[in-house]
Design a protein around this ligand. Structure first.
Ligand code: GCU
Length: 664
């Protein structure tokens, strides 16, 4: 049967190597589960499903080993080296999967399957792993009408009109995929939230989803519309200091927890991009967050308050807005509030410096928000493997507590001893049969989960795992596709936004529009960001410019504040560089830009060839799907190149350098 990509990395095709299969089978003759706990039951069922596929036989689930060896034992026990959701897998006569909690056992079960899927040895099995971040979440930007904001893989997975009565089996498959990579929370609706999600009618629907996710260790969260007390509560105000408003939220929290006892909490976009919020009443973000936090606290719920804020203002630098609004509030948030920060200061660009807030709010848990869906990365058409982008940010050094104070250490809580830690990925899933539209960008969902669990994993290791589990275990093809994934982001940056350019588009955020200079908001034009003029290109954020660089620690400023030494990937983020300026590549800015645009676009052809070389090992449907998308990407990379080069040439007034110039 053709694989349509539905099974993701949980394919569990039969292991062809009979010796290996037999070795695994000897250690997996039965599964021992001595509990009726639903999460443990999931663990046993998942093992059974996986082993059925990999070994080609049904491995029975039994209540005890009865003195036999050669089985897999599932147990919870307070092992010292395990944190709440961690697992330990040891193998002697039996393989024992131990978790401190039920969820730990579930993650251990998936880890064991992954071990077999990637054909590793089970002799002297000894694997211990604890998640580095507590809340590992997907954020769905899904609307009531089933559309998905910035979604490129069809409609929403949630069929609100059928819920709560009909449960689409796909909800369970979604939960399986997430649990397999350690995701333990999901926000099911858009941050630009409709207050309908808080009505009694919709809470029933949300509760039905929560019931499906619970046995997979996944908690449900909702995005809220801040003025809901007005829109659905009939109050005259949503002022967070108004006692009636406070009471409304207390009552609403009580209502939610009656239906969903383990409800996770609220995600809030407020006073951002036109969304209402506490500032409408002269209050600040902490006032708003704390009101909600107090309503949720008795139920152990949390508030995730987003720091993605900026004003409709073409004069000041948007780069600085979040830091300016949030840093003064450090220490003012309730204990169950997390401030969720996008990885960069602007908005999920193909490459951004890390947000300067990381490392500057030691008393406020800061969560990371990455975007898995490819809003600025070619939607579901262009291939961009995002693990290198995520890692680049996580490994950036904030110098907040001296050298080595990476963003990862801020987010995992180790730098400032945060009691709450969180990381979120804006989902790239949708109703497309293969979940993500582009078959290869399932790897981004996978990579997000794996890094949320352990940010020290390498992009290469994750790609390797994903390809082996999802596409083919054939070593040569695994290597080829892994290489392809690893270079894809840099190739995209080269033809799309090289040297630190940003936001050369408007509207749908897909096609090049660097010339765009008019909009309802002055900060929503392309020219606001790239600042091309007759002298040069780039946004001066040094002391002579917007001074955004001053928001970073001196050591970071030192890396970036001199245009002569600023690393090229960040150059135009911080400097307005003359067209004729020689860079350390020995080319002028203009020549370097052309080089990147041309080689970037050309490299897509290389990716096509590499993909063609693995054809024999890939399911034909998936192969053709990717080949088609790469061909579109090739066409569009040239389109990007030409749009940029022709536009910038109007300012640079120089010819295209010889190696790239076509003969007349
Ligand atoms: C981007 C995106 C919006 C989204 C916003 C956000 O600006 O284009 O669609 O709502 O980010 O993260 O809130």
């Amino acid at each position: 049967r053709a694989d349509d990509g539905y099974r993701l990395w949980l394919k569990y095709d039969l292991i062809k190597d009979a010796t290996k299969r037999a070795a695994y089978a000897r250690s997996a003759q039965f599964i021992v589960l001595n509990s009726t706990n639903p999460v443990l039951k999931t663990a046993a069922d998942e093992l059974q499903t996986g082993l059925q596929g990999l070994l080609g036989k049904t491995v029975p689930i039994v209540a005890n080993a009865g003195g036999k060896t050669g089985g897999i034992l599932l147990t919870t026990s307070p092992v010292a080296e395990l944190t709440n959701e961690g697992y330990r897998i040891t193998g002697k006569q039996n393989i024992t999967i131990t978790g401190k909690t039920d969820a730990g056992v579930l993650y251990g079960a998936f880890a064991l399957l992954r071990h077999l899927q990637t054909r590793q040895s089970i002799d002297r099995l000894s694997l211990t792993s604890n998640p580095k971040i507590q809340l590992r979440m997907l954020n769905h930007w899904d609307n009531v009408d089933a559309s998905i904001e910035r979604g490129y893989a069809g409609q929403s997975l949630w069929k609100w009109y059928e819920l709560p009565e009909r449960i689409d089996p796909r909800y369970r498959d979604y939960a399986r995929a997430n649990a397999s990579i350690g995701i333990n929370g999901t926000v099911v609706n858009n941050v630009n939230a409709s207050s309908r999600f808080l009505t009694a009618e919709y809470l029933q629907k949300v509760a039905a989803l929560a019931n499906v996710f619970r046995p997979y260790g996944i908690k449900i969260y909702l995005s809220i519309y801040f003025p809901a007390p007005k829109t659905i509560g009939k109050l005259k105000t949503a002022d967070p200091l108004d006692p009636e408003v406070n009471q409304w939220w207390v009552d609403k929290a009580n209502e939610i927890y009656k239906l969903i006892p383990d409800f996770g909490g609220f995600l809030v976009k407020a006073n951002s991009e036109g969304q209402p919020g506490p500032q409408d009443y002269g209050r600040n973000h902490a006032d708003g967050a704390n009101m909600l936090a107090k309503a949720l606290a008795p139920h152990n719920g949390i508030v995730i308050w987003r720091a993605f804020v900026y004003k409709a203002d073409g004069i000041s630098d948007r780069f600085k807005a979040a830091y300016d609004e949030f840093k003064p509030l450090d220490g003012q948030f309730e204990k169950n509030v997390i401030v969720q920060v996008k990885n960069g200061p602007i908005d999920f660009q193909p490459r951004e410096p890390f947000s300067p807030i990381f490392g500057t709010m030691p008393q406020t848990p800061l969560g990371m928000e990455f975007q898995i869906t490819q809003e600025y990365l070619g939607h579901a058409t262009h291939l961009v493997y995002e693990a290198p982008l995520f890692k680049e940010c996580l490994e950036s050094d904030t110098y907040a507590g001296g050298r080595g104070s990476t963003v990862a250490k801020v987010v995992d809580g180790s730098l400032h001893n945060y009691k709450l830690t969180a990381i979120a990925g804006v989902a790239n899933t949708g109703s497309d049969r293969n979940w993500t539209g582009h078959p290869l960008t399932q790897a981004n969902w996978y990579a997000f989960g794996r890094l949320a669990w352990d940010h020290t994993l390498t992009s290469q290791a994750i790609a390797n795992e994903w390809v082996t589990m999802t596409l083919t275990p054939e070593p040569q093809s695994v290597k080829t596709v892994t290489d392809l994934l690893l270079k894809s982001r840099e190739i995209y940056v080269n033809y799309n936004t090289p040297l630190g350019l940003s936001r050369p588009w408007t509207g749908a955020h897909f096609a090049p529009e660097p010339w765009q200079n008019r909009s309802s908001r002055p900060d929503w034009t392309a020219v606001y960001y790239h600042r091309a003029d007759s002298i040069g290109l780039g946004f001066d954020r040094t002391v002579k410019g917007s001074q955004a660089l001053a928001q970073y620690r001196p050591e970071v400023q030192k890396q970036w504040n001199n245009p002569e030494t600023c690393p090229l990937p960040y150059l135009l983020w911080f400097h307005h560089v003359p067209w004729t300026q020689k860079l350390n590549t020995d080319r002028t800015l203009w020549e370097e830009l052309c080089t990147r645009f041309y080689t970037g676009a050309e490299s897509v052809g290389g990716m096509q060839n590499e993909w063609a070389s693995v054809k024999k090992d890939i399911d034909p449907e998936t192969f053709a799907n990717v080949a088609g998308r790469l061909a579109t990407q090739q066409k569009e990379a040239i389109w990007w190149r030409d749009a940029w080069v022709l536009y910038l040439q109007e300012f640079a007034r120089q010819p295209i350098p010889a190696p790239f110039k076509k003969p007349d």
